[in-house]
Design a protein around this ligand. Sequence first.
Ligand SMILES: NC(=O)c1ccc[n+]([C@@H]2O[C@H](COP(=O)([O-])OP(=O)(O)OC[C@H]3O[C@@H](n4cnc5c(N)ncnc54)[C@H](O)[C@@H]3O)[C@@H](O)[C@H]2O)c1
Length: 348
Amino acid sequence: MHYRDFGKTGMKTGVEPNPRLSTVVRAAELAKKEECDVVIGMGGGSVMDASKVIAASVLYEGDPKDMLVRAGKAPRFPERALPIITVPTLAATGSEMNCGAVITIDDEEEKLKTFVMTEVLYPKVAVVDPELTITVPKAHTAYGVCDIITHVTEGYFNGIDVTPIQDRFAEGVILTVLEWGPKAVSNGSDLEARTQIQWASIVALNGWVQAGVNAPYPVHQIEHTLSALYDIPHGAGLAVVNPAWMRFAARFRPERFAQFAQRIFGISAMGKDDLSLAMEGIDRFEEFLRSIGCPTRLSELGIGKVTDEMLSYWADKTLEVLCDEEGKLPGRPPLRKEDIVEILRMAM
Ligand SMILES: NC(=O)c1ccc[n+]([C@@H]2O[C@H](COP(=O)([O-])OP(=O)(O)OC[C@H]3O[C@@H](n4cnc5c(N)ncnc54)[C@H](O)[C@@H]3O)[C@@H](O)[C@H]2O)c1
């Protein structure tokens, strides 16, 4: 068994948030040189995702960039990876128990935050101990809460029509996080609260809630552009994009959003049409995000004045990662460039 601590190599150490492909490639070269036979990702989603792609890159023939999804280029997913062990220290991504990894391409030609999702990236073992999350600062705890909720709202709103059991699983995750998330934010040492949101983060994205729902994740794709370009914490970006996307999408599927309003926030339907009920539910969701300290407007992300040119560029970058044959971002509804711009404008 070879063991190499990145910190003792004289190389720049660690995995940065919104992990870069260049970091992954450097680590994979080191792992090859040292003949490592297992990769342990101990940290937040950034570290775990990087570890998965390092484990795959070691055995990959060709440029690891080719395993990442980019519009118009069929990815060559890895078929092998070193065994991966995950040890999460932050409740958010569920990366510890799923086969996805989100990586930012940072070479001269491209700057894109994209992903790979394939079976060989499932960790062999996940060691989950909520005590490791006690030190997560308030803000990142809140961003994690938003990430967990968004993992299930994407499926809830973008999935196929009739999924009553999956709906209830998703609602169970959201209600649990609405109850325990604020406790973890207000008292980071509350181990019970840390435990509940840790488990919620795993259930939210280990494939269980998603089974059969067949949903794309448009809110994530739009947010990835923001975190790629401005290094924003992923959950903070989601808190800005998700309510805006919901307000846009509710017009196309109001009954679904009305169900969310009633079942999650207990809002009465008396005398209201589906769309006004839907909007009330989205307002309550946004209020919740604000109450735990998440930003909900682009102006709160520290990226300065947002111009029309920036909105247009962000929409283009989002579609560079993923689009269907009509050039739209998959989701319900599929989003044209103008729709993405409108959603981002609604988040201003
Ligand atoms: N693979 C997936 O399924 C999946 C799903 C959603 C998001 N993601 C990706 O994961 C990344 C975000 O991961 P994240 O939200 O877990 O945050 P993160 O890993 O980027 O960490 C955020 C910050 O918290 C710090 N941190 C982590 N654990 C800590 C602890 N115990 N105490 C104190 N500080 C701690 C980190 O050092 C970092 O500064 C993004 O790149 C996102 O796109 C992946």
